[in-house]
Design a protein around this ligand. Structure first.
Ligand code: HC9
Length: 524
């Protein structure tokens, strides 16, 4: 029975229009009359600025929009629905789906205005089912779900260990080794095929590469996922992350607390998925924790090898163990599907343009040559490769949108947006908009190298203090992967299937991407 007791923090707004909400959210809710009042109180905007209530878009009836959303298969199509909305309503519209009331924007200039109004404690849309799981199991929030001062103090400590530019040097040797193992594995597969090539849907292989990479950076140890024999536990962990993402989508619009009380399948699957993720992470963390305590006694922590992010945080002793565990678990869960999908899209794009592939290969070979074995230095000499990752994230962003609650009154597209409004930048829609990116359909990394303005256009990892914490790990891991692949294999496409995006909380390919890998030098 106790299992069904409601947790206060997991309360989500009801689906009924106009209902007020408990806790922090209540502050952010606004009724239609509020902007009007504010306008008379704060006359800082010229009268030509149009009032909030004149914003175009489907915001008058949240339930009707939710129903339409359903009919358009919105659960899989959120990205396309946003593109259509911008086509119908223009560069700004307001929408209410169920209980989510938001203003949506597409222009980089408006993104700049939005991020300048994000305040001291920037907040994105809360993924309620993720919060609900932690409340239900009495687990600490990691930095992804924390808010306010608690968020800031944790984030400041984590930044230094995970995202500061200087930490890249620590990650490189670890990730370099994983990259080499991946390449060795592909060579072996090619050899075994007896055809001097390997044709495969790489997504499982990339999941393993990604987990092995993020694992080695966090724990300073290898899981061994790139061997022939893979631990069934690791496979379960990987599958659980995918399930966790997939089961999140329906619960974005239906309160998880309601689904829980109804005993629904999606809630149970979601819980089970998080349980597996947390238990696996707990085991890894315990392991390192014990090792560290043992070695501390013996040699007072004197090591010259980088011990991994977790050990660093434990030795630093600035965050509680529970806080460290929560954020490490998030980094581990957040670092598998995201980077592997981005790499798969990049290989897909490269298989479609052999010339670009050659150009990138030439850049990589010359950088390798000139950096004389210093891989960290080499990473500074591959601008086109880095641009390729940006270009992939433009066409195939992981996140369909970026969101912030505004902390002050602002004007966008000449509309007054009151403080406390949830504003979403349609990242997918922006990346494919011809006014923002000329010939958006072309995969052209060099567009990022030209002197054209990139002002608020490269937002694949978000922006500012609330941007992706795993960014540096992800970038290093992806750069090294592509370097190794380009140095070793030609990437070809065995068919001309056109792959699109589908929304499973993150955007992923809608069908398998099958590629052919051929060794560059026939002798290997
Ligand atoms: C999904 O309308 C669509 O690596 C929603 C708005 C939204 C809110 C938060 C976003 C989410 C979207 C997509 C997935 C994101 C998430 C915040 C973090 C998460 C970008 C756009 C990343 C993939 C994280 C996940 C970490 C987690 C598994 C611990």
């Amino acid at each position: 029975m106790a299992r069904w007791r409601v947790c206060l923090r997991s309360q989500v707004p009801s689906l009924v229009e106009g209902a007020t909400v408990k806790g922090t959210r209540a502050r952010r809710c606004h009724t239609d009359s509020l902007p009007a009042i504010r306008e008379s109180v704060y006359p800082q905007f010229p009268s030509s600025v149009r009032p909030f209530k004149e914003l175009p878009g489907p915001w008058k009836n949240g339930l009707a929009t939710l129903y339409n959303f359903w009919k358009q298969d919105g659960m899989k199509n959120l990205h396309n629905i946003m593109v259509n909305n911008f086509n119908n309503f223009g560069p700004i519209y307001r929408e209410k789906i169920g209980y989510y009331d938001s203003v949506n924007i597409i222009n980089p200039e408006d993104a700049a205005i939005l991020f300048k109004a994000e305040g001291h404690y920037p907040q994105r849309l809360r993924v309620e089912p993720w919060v609900a799981y932690r409340d239900y199991r009495h687990r600490e929030y990691g930095v992804l779900l924390k808010e306010g001062e608690d968020w800031r103090s944790n984030r400041v400590v984590l930044n230094k260990e995970v995202i500061a530019p200087k930490v890249q040097g620590n990650f490189v040797p670890l990730l370099e080794e994983v990259g080499q193992d991946f390449v060795a594995r592909v060579h072996k597969k090619i050899e075994r095929s007896g055809q001097n090539k390997w044709t495969i849907d790489l997504h499982q292989e990339l999941f393993k590469y990604a987990l092995e990479s993020v694992g080695s950076v966090l724990y300073g140890e290898r899981f061994g996922l790139l061997q022939d024999h893979i631990d069934p536990e690791a496979k379960r962990f990987i599958d659980s992350i995918t399930t966790m993402f997939q089961t999140t989508t329906p619960m974005l619009y239906i309160p998880p607390g309601l689904l829980r009380r109804l005993g629904s399948r999606v809630w149970r699957d979601h819980m089970e998925a998080w349980d597996i993720i947390f238990n696996q992470a707990d085991r890894c963390i315990q392991n390192i924790y014990r090792q560290l305590r043992r070695s501390r006694k013996e040699e007072a922590g004197e090591q010259d090898k980088y011990p991994g992010v977790l050990a660093q945080l434990l030795m630093l002793d600035k965050l509680s163990i529970e806080d460290i565990k929560a954020s490490i678990t998030e980094l581990m869960a957040g670092g598998v599907d995201t980077t592997s999908t981005t790499l798969l899209w990049t290989l897909y794009e490269l298989s479609r343009s052999p010339d670009l592939q050659e150009e990138l290969r030439a850049e990589v070979l010359s950088a390798r040559h000139s950096s004389e074995g210093d891989t960290t230095l080499m990473l500074k000499r591959v601008p086109l490769l880095k641009a390729a990752i940006k270009e992939t994230l433009r066409l195939h962003p992981v996140a369909v949108s970026l969101q912030r609650y505004t902390t002050e009154d602002i004007v966008m597209q000449n509309y007054h947006i009151p403080a406390g409004t949830l504003v979403q930048l349609g990242l997918y829609a922006m990346g494919r908009n011809h006014r923002v990116f000329p010939h958006p359909e072309m995969y052209k990394p060099s567009r990022w190298l030209r002197s054209e303005t990139h002002y608020f256009r490269s937002l694949g990892f978000g922006f500012g203090p609330r941007q992706c914490l795993g960014r540096r790990i992800a970038e290093t891991e992806m750069q090294l992967f592509l370097i190794h692949m380009l140095e070793n294999f030609r990437i070809e496409r065995p068919n001309k299937v056109k792959v699109k995006s589908t929304f499973e909380l993150i955007l992923v390919p809608d069908k398998p991407i099958v590629l052919t890998l051929r060794p560059l030098s026939g002798s290997q």
